[in-house]
Design a protein around this ligand. Structure first.
Ligand SMILES: Cc1ncc(COP(=O)(O)O)c(C=O)c1O
Ligand SMILES: *[C@@H]1O[C@H](CO)[C@@H](O)[C@H](O)[C@H]1NC(C)=O
Ligand SMILES: *[C@@H]1O[C@H](CO)[C@@H](O)[C@H](O)[C@H]1NC(C)=O
Ligand SMILES: *[C@@H]1O[C@H](CO)[C@@H](O)[C@H](O)[C@H]1NC(C)=O
Ligand SMILES: *[C@@H]1O[C@H](CO)[C@@H](O)[C@H](O)[C@H]1NC(C)=O
Ligand SMILES: *[C@@H]1O[C@H](CO)[C@@H](O)[C@H](O)[C@H]1NC(C)=O
Length: 469
């Protein structure tokens, strides 16, 4: 009897424990999912009221079929009050299903659409809802800046390990493009008879030259390539160091070793490069364009060590635009939170970006390697502190060289073969080189390979002809 009682009590205890464990699991699962979608409101769907129409509209437009070769937008051109498909290059038709027969592969710009499928696969995570009265004011939490966005950007750098942000001021810009000139202005002396010389190492991102020349004035002037100044006794330089570099994607450091260096780390994310150590420059630029792919949102940021430089940059931003769009800041806040929350999960955006670009690079390399007509920049596998392993290269761009004397203008050779690239002279380099963007849509990349094959093949015919002599 006693035994019976004990057995029953034991069974009851187990039942209670089991129920508790089930409840705990349900609780933890709820926690888990609410953590992974931090912007989910606490109310349930049935309680939604004023967001319903907008949500229904957004989903209806997203559901318009563009055959996987285009997409429709809420603000797209209307046909019968319905937004029409906007097709990828080389595709036409109301549903983008028609492939143009003789269309050039456009791999000119660094438009980061390689990340578009990521946000389509994680549609719920990317959605942002804003009310009609959302941050109407000129001022936001901290004057022009969302404080929580600032906090999350610092958290992201710490989690990725690509920058040391402690003890540095943070500014937001309308794309990092706005911050390029803001920093040149802030690092140049005022009221001087010898203006600062703004320089970069060849091959360099053309915007530094174009923007500096636009504003060439008393305090700073574009002075071209660092190579020209390496052995000079001139001092006040503002040197751009792009690392990894656009166009050749190599990790770089200052060449002149002066005090005013602007580090452009647009591509210092695990999609594009190994992260050997956190960057720690006194002036470092980053952009959401190459992090999440939202180039259209126009959002960049810079970390600045020196208080005076920070104050000058802040003044510039005040007079130039009164700060980055508050709507944009809200949208970017969501993406930074998602990216942070998914680190190490199977929705890790860096894993996605790295895998896509590595595959593209390997396929292009295999083609280029098959002949001696072209060559690519040399990139090696390198240890990455983010992935905690030696990883293959996955560059944003191919810096292509035409090896044959008769192919003196490489961009033109490609153009004749139906590939639109960006010629070497734009980067301060020679016409022997041209840049191919590997950041665009799958359609752009597939078209690039398709057009590239005959260029490689025709050179093989020549090579075999020569060797048969
Ligand atoms: C090196 C570098 N810096 C800055 C930018 C500008 O980016 P955004 O103005 O979109 O932030 C780019 C864009 O391609 C870039 O390649
Ligand atoms: C530069 O000159 C302007 C106009 O003369 C003056 O207002 C400003 O204070 C000067 N700046 C410095 C740093 O001397
Ligand atoms: C700097 O170099 C120039 C010639 O390259 C020379 O004339 C000048 O005296 C030098 N100035 C200093 C301060 O060394
Ligand atoms: C192409 O050639 C380079 C340089 O010789 C080599 O490092 C690379 O592994 C090759 N890649 C492919 C895909 O053949
Ligand atoms: C096809 O495109 C190539 C390169 O763009 C051009 O040279 C050629 O004339 C075009 N052919 C036709 C039939 O349009
Ligand atoms: C092949 O060789 C001929 C003669 O040397 C040259 O004119 C032609 O441009 C070459 N074609 C290619 C595709 O390299």
């Amino acid at each position: 009897m006693r035994e019976q009682l004990t057995r029953e009590t034991t069974a009851n205890v187990y039942l209670v424990l089991f129920s508790l464990s089930v409840l705990l699991n349900i609780f933890l699962l709820c926690q888990h999912f609410s953590f992974h979608s931090p912007s989910r409101p606490s109310s349930t769907i049935s309680e939604l009221s004023w967001t319903r129409r907008a949500a229904a509209e957004a989903e209806a437009v997203a559901a318009i079929s563009c055959s996987g070769h285009g997409r429709a937008y809420v603000d797209g051109v209307l046909d019968n009050w319905r937004p029409t498909c906007e097709c990828n290059t080389c595709y036409i038709g109301s549903d983008c299903s028609v492939l143009l027969s003789n269309c050039s592969a456009d791999v000119d710009s660094g438009d980061p659409l390689f990340l578009e499928p990521y946000w389509m696969q994680h549609a719920a995570k990317g959605a942002v809802v804003l009310s009609g009265w959302h941050r109407m004011s000129y001022s936001t939490t901290d004057h022009f800046k969302s404080l929580e966005l600032e906090n999350h950007i610092r958290l992201l750098h710490a989690a990725v390990g690509n920058a040391i942000t402690d003890g540095k001021y943070l500014v937001f810009g309308t794309g990092s493009t706005q911050l390029i000139n803001a920093l040149v202005y802030a690092l140049s002396p005022e009221n001087t008879s010898s203006p600062a010389s703004v320089v970069a190492t060849v091959p360099y991102y053309p915007m530094y030259k174009e923007q500096t020349e636009l504003f060439n004035g008393r305090d700073y002037e574009w002075e071209g390539a660092t190579a020209k100044w390496r052995n000079s006794n001139k001092t006040n330089f503002v040197e751009f160091v792009t690392s990894p570099n656009n166009p050749d994607c190599l990790l770089c450091d200052s060449v002149l070793g002066g005090s005013s260096v602007i580090y452009d780390h647009a591509y210092y994310w695990p999609h594009f490069t190994a992260i050997p150590e956190p960057a720690d420059g006194d002036a470092m630029i980053f952009t959401v364009s190459k992090l999440s792919g939202h180039a259209g949102s126009r959002f960049g940021w810079a970390f600045i060590k020196d208080e005076n430089v920070y104050n000058k940059v802040s003044n510039y931003l005040q007079y130039n635009s009164m700060g980055a769009s508050r709507d944009t800041q809200s949208r970017i806040f969501n993406y930074v939170k998602v990216i942070l929350a998914e680190i190490g999960s199977n929705a890790d955006i860096f894993e996605f970006g790295f895998n896509k670009l590595r595959k593209r690079w390997q396929r292009l390399q295999a083609l280029v390697n098959s002949s001696s007509r072209f060559s690519l920049q040399q990139l090696s596998p390198q240890y990455c502190t983010y992935f905690k392993k030696i990883r293959d290269p996955s560059p944003a761009y191919a810096w292509l060289k035409c090896e044959n004397e008769e192919d003196a203008d490489c961009a033109e050779v490609l153009m004749k073969g139906g590939i639109i690239s960006r010629g070497g002279t734009k980067f301060g380099s020679s016409t022997q080189y041209t840049r191919l963007s590997l950041l665009k849509t799958d359609d752009n990349f597939e078209m690039l390979l398709q057009k590239f094959k005959p260029l490689v093949a025709s050179s093989d015919e020549n090579t075999s002809e020569i060797s048969s002599f």
